[in-house]
Design a protein around this ligand. Sequence first.
Ligand SMILES: Nc1ncnc2c1ncn2[C@@H]1O[C@H](COP(=O)(O)OP(=O)(O)OP(=O)(O)O)[C@@H](O)[C@H]1O
Ligand SMILES: [Mg+2]
Length: 257
Amino acid sequence: MSILSVNDVTHLYFSKNSKTTALMDISLSIEEGEFVSLIGPSGCGKSTLLSIIAGLISPTVGKVVIEGETVQENKKQIGYMLQQDYLFPWKTIKENILLGLKINGKLTAEKTTQSLQLLAEIGLSGVEEQFPTQLSGGMRQRVALVRTLATNPKLLLLDEPFSALDYQTKLKLEDLVFEILKQYKKTALLVTHDIGEAIAMSDRIILMSKGPGTIFKVFTIPDELKQLTPFEARNHPNYNEYFQQIWKELESFETEN
Ligand SMILES: Nc1ncnc2c1ncn2[C@@H]1O[C@H](COP(=O)(O)OP(=O)(O)OP(=O)(O)O)[C@@H](O)[C@H]1O
Ligand SMILES: [Mg+2]
């Protein structure tokens, strides 16, 4: 059964004297355990789609179903890492990463240990008692990722989680996140501008066209790449061929205008 299905979603933003059609007729479904990436030009509605799936905004038309129920009924199954990190500046890093667990009434000694361990795995031991302003942008992004994973959601929505990181850290984190998600059989929908990252991490890539965002094309990543870690996939002989293919599709949007 699909863990997520988005059915005929269209979304408009209204302001006093204008309206923007952000998404148009989006339908997609994601199977349990699948890793899907969403790529497309800036402003094509990727973050809007994630916010709709997370139930933060209601679509103008259409609906979202999570495991056969509405998002509102199934909110706790979703972990959403927003494009901006939104850590609470007055709370320490430790308090920030444990916040979701606390809100859900699931904060136990074991969960605390697990979350702090994840923080260490992601290369951030020793910052627990510091405040977000004392960390760099990339460090804060990693903290936000730990906070998202801490509540152990079934479906992860990740909006450019690695974009503020230096290249080396990004490659390391891709591998780490990939392994964590596989190990715990998580389902993920990742927004990225990085074609290479999408190929290296995903089972499927959904390419969206320029606003109003529609689904333009879906690429299925072949088994020989899917089985590899992101780092290995980037070094596979077939990687470049897929990269070129997707690159050309994205370029075709740029030349349209
Ligand atoms: N709160 C809002 N009110 C009005 N318009 C909005 C709002 N949020 C987004 N938009 C508009 O909707 C469209 C889609 O925006 P969205 O942030 O979803 O794009 P995106 O694909 O995530 O872009 P990026 O890659 O730059 O993050 C854009 O035209 C944007 O200006
Ligand atoms: Mg966005």
